[in-house]
Design a protein. Structure first.
Length: 320
């Protein structure tokens, strides 16, 4: 048994490890761990307390994949609910679909009785306000929204163009990232889960790689699993997570499969060629975590059966 998560997964890895020791399935253990991350407002890029989009809305993405069946469930741009990972699992188990987004995802979450939440915390609202004051020209502010009260939801009231401010938007704050959980249970089943509030100050409705099967995450119990964090546009264009699993299917080790995926990223031209971190495990529990174009050190957490507690490790760094 093994669980691998990035630094943002710290609040949940102990729970996932404990559930695996109790004999839980990979999916049950992953969901339990991710929920703790989503509920922690100190994690500024996942769930409650996540940083807002350009309008001050917290829109959440999540994905869960079962490596036995290759079924997936994902949600994108979900507003007003505490645990997108649980809603994503319900999509997988209760619908014939793989993904729901926006208002449809919220309708489904309400129909299944998912826990609601005001995910824009005071700290996140203040961070949005600081960005707004730095970025949006004075001439646009009155047409943008009522900036005196940081009410996050604006419905049809925006008169200013969003594109200029979006082009000037700050990159994701350093030390903040999507959370990814990869696990193998005591039956050898592989699973992967991802949850995020996405790029800070993103254009409304933007989906990164996290809810996209094969980009942000992929799992196959015969071979292993992979997940990505960072600039999701890169992983979408290269299909990074599924590529790693397919490279392992072709006979490459997990280390060589990650190297091959990095070569694929090197082929990308133009666009958001920025930082990305790759997390991968094979069916035997070997793992590799690589930070590509990292602007600072990246850490991750790992627990294997027999270990007393999860351990924190520094990721490898490579450049494109």
């Amino acid at each position: 048994m093994i669980v691998l998560t990035n630094d943002e997964g710290r609040p949940g890895i102990g729970r996932t490890a404990a559930r695996l020791q109790e004999g839980a399935t990979a999916l049950d253990a992953i969901e339990a761990g991710v929920r703790l991350v989503e509920a922690d407002p100190a994690i500024r890029t996942v769930g409650r307390g996540g940083l807002a989009n350009i309008l001050g809305q917290v829109q959440l993405d999540a994905l869960l994949m079962d490596g036995d069946t290759l079924r997936t469930g994902s949600v994108g741009a979900l507003e007003g609910f505490a645990h997108p990972i649980t809603v994503a699992r319900a999509v997988m188990e209760r619908l014939p679909h793989e993904m729901l987004v926006g208002a449809g995802a919220a309708r489904f979450a309400a129909e299944i009785g998912a826990e609601t939440a005001q995910n824009l915390t005071d700290a996140a609202a203040e961070a949005w306000g600081d960005w707004f004051d730095r970025t949006v020209p004075l001439k646009d502010r009155a047409r943008w929204r009522d900036t005196a009260a940081l009410i996050p939801y604006v419905q049809g009231a925006i008169k200013a163009d969003l594109l200029p401010a979006e082009r000037a938007a700050d990159p994701m704050p350093q030390g903040a990232d999507t959370t990814t959980f990869l696990a193998i249970d005591n039956k050898g089943s592989v699973g992967v889960g991802v949850s995020t509030s996405g790029w800070a100050w993103k254009y409304p409705g933007r989906l990164g790689d996290s809810p996209i099967v094969g980009a942000g995450a992929y799992a196959h119990s015969r071979f292993g699993a992979a997940a990505c964090t960072g600039t999701g546009e890169m992983a979408i264009r290269a299909g990074t997570s599924r590529s790693i699993v397919l490279y392992m299917k072709m006979g490459l080790s997990v280390a060589d499969a990650v190297d091959a995926a990095i070569d694929d990223l090197r082929d990308l031209k133009g666009g958001l060629i920025d930082r990305i971190t790759i997390h991968a495990i094979d069916r035997d529990g070997q793992d590799r975590v690589v930070a590509v174009n990292a602007q600072q050190d990246r850490n991750y957490w790992r627990w294997r059966e027999g270990e007393a507690a999860p351990s924190r490790t520094l990721a490898e760094r490579v450049n494109l």
